[in-house]
Design a protein around this ligand. Sequence first.
Ligand SMILES: Cc1ncc(COP(=O)(O)O)c(C=O)c1O
Length: 381
Amino acid sequence: MAVRGSGSGAVWPLWLPLRSDLRGISPYGAPQINDVIALNTNENPYSLPTEVVEAITTRIHEVAKDLNRYPDRDATVLRSKLAQYISTTTEVEVTEENIWAANGSNEILQTLFLACGGATHLALGFTPSYSVHPLIAQLTRTPWFAGTRDENFAINVPVAKALIKEKSPRIIVLTTPNNPSGNAMRFEEIEELAEAAGRVDALLIVDEAYAEFSSEKSAIALIEQYPHVVVVRTMSKAFAFAGARLGYLVGHPAIVKAALITRLPYHLSSLTQSAAEVALDFHGLLQGEIQTLIAERSRIEAEISSLGMISTPSAANFILFRGFATDSNTAWQFFLDRGVLIRDNGLRGFLRVTVGKPEENDRFIAALRELAAIEASQPNI
Ligand SMILES: Cc1ncc(COP(=O)(O)O)c(C=O)c1O
């Protein structure tokens, strides 16, 4: 059969009318490898407590008999529980009219891009950041402009404001704490950019996937004064609920109405909605290890520094570090050979490690010490 190649290495059959702009790209995804310590996808390493597992199982048992019916299209109960969670944890009073939920925050981002992006609507981001943002822009045919960050991965606010004025984007994306660097923006900086976004009628998306690990004030406090600000959150990280796939946005009711247009009908299954509702009832318990993870983050940062390497100060559950002599890919393989899977985000000279359980972090630290010792004994590598 005749086939045509593509830049991604995939070979597409001639009969498949795949969009030409998608032929060269690879599916997004980090390696999933069995029997290793997985510190590569910023998951919460703690399994759900038995009490929560039992409560979810009971609830799923109850809803299973009704699976002949479509789910609540508007996820009303879930959205009101999310609103309650946000109101109590951020002290910003919101209702279900401010919330939309979907299968992970990636789907929320796609829903927003479908609503406000498109061929004539420029999106502006600041890289390096979460690589799914430009990917979603491409999938929704939204032109993407990559603004830059400084050598500490911070956004220079005056430069960003000038860029917003010059480019007049329809969508601006900020990620705080940023992935892969882990640094957070100050609330006042986000507010300055919210003002700048308002002046050009842009939607300002603030991706706060790791907010619960940070002590910075959430941009949710901006949504009343700046209706064009929308905050994207997830239960994948702090809630230890990545497998359930539940992300949500907090914003003005008009943004929620726009999301209703671009979401697929019945996109969120009854099983997902019910499981997430139970998880929200137990949010204190599910987030019980956040302080442990923050303490472990400090321990790893101190260890990196004591070995003469450098990490970017992190407000998230992962750490970006540099200062090893070999290239990133060789160093990544060195860790994998010792059973520790971390992340090479394609940033030259850097690697990213997710904070795991103390014993997992010990394994990472042991490998890091070994790498440092080898490099010290072979200064020419
Ligand atoms: C910055 C950021 N946003 C969004 C996501 C997507 O999270 P999910 O789709 O699991 O909610 C991630 C996942 O790693 C992320 O790092």
